[in-house]
Design a binder for this molecule. Structure first.
Ligand code: HEC
Length: 135
């Protein structure tokens, strides 16, 4: 029994050290370099997102400004945002989306975004929401 407790204690200790290590790594892993942001921004531009979602704080008649959609995205789950980016039509009937459609008199179209790029666009929006993107 004593041996068992000893093994258990050691195992718990090792496990907690490992978890702490993983968490610490996660925190530093969130740092994003300027170059990475530029790459993500290219994805945003290449899909034509910036055609409707303008930089700075400028709203346009085609859609909310980048800062606005970034803030909206931050308030939602990653899963929802990825789904929205890949297939907005699926969400047109949700009350908050309906309100936006009414406000902008425009439906966001399907832009043929792949899952991989949708993840990148999500990352980009989070960087904007966190104030890491300067313009
Ligand atoms: C033709 C214009 C247009 C294009 C292109 C466009 N959007 Fe949108 N987007 C809109 C409009 C308009 C809204 C507001 C909701 C609506 O009316 O459908 C919106 C809303 C959003 C939202 C907020 C959704 C919410 O309700 O929280 C996000 C995020 C977003 N767009 C991301 C993107 C990304 C990423 C791309 C590029 C793949 C993109 N948009 C391309 C017009 C556009």
């Amino acid at each position: 029994m004593r041996k068992f407790i000893m093994v258990f204690t050691v195992a718990t200790f090792i496990l907690s050290v490992l978890t702490n290590f993983a968490l610490a790594k996660d925190k530093t892993g969130q740092k994003i370099t300027k170059k990475q942001i530029e790459k993500l921004r290219d994805v945003f531009d290449n899909y034509g997102c910036s055609g409707c979602h303008m930089y700075m704080h400028r709203d346009s008649t085609s859609g909310p400004a980048v800062a606005v959609i970034a803030a909206l995205a931050k308030g939602k789950s990653k899963k929802w945002v990825i789904s929205w980016i890949m297939n907005p039509k699926k969400h047109y009937n949700e009350p908050d989306v309906k309100a936006l459609i009414h406000q902008y008199v425009q439906y966001m179209p399907n832009n043929g975004v792949t899952k991989k790029d949708a993840e990148k666009l999500y990352e980009y929006l989070m960087a904007v929401a966190d104030g890491l993107v300067k313009k």
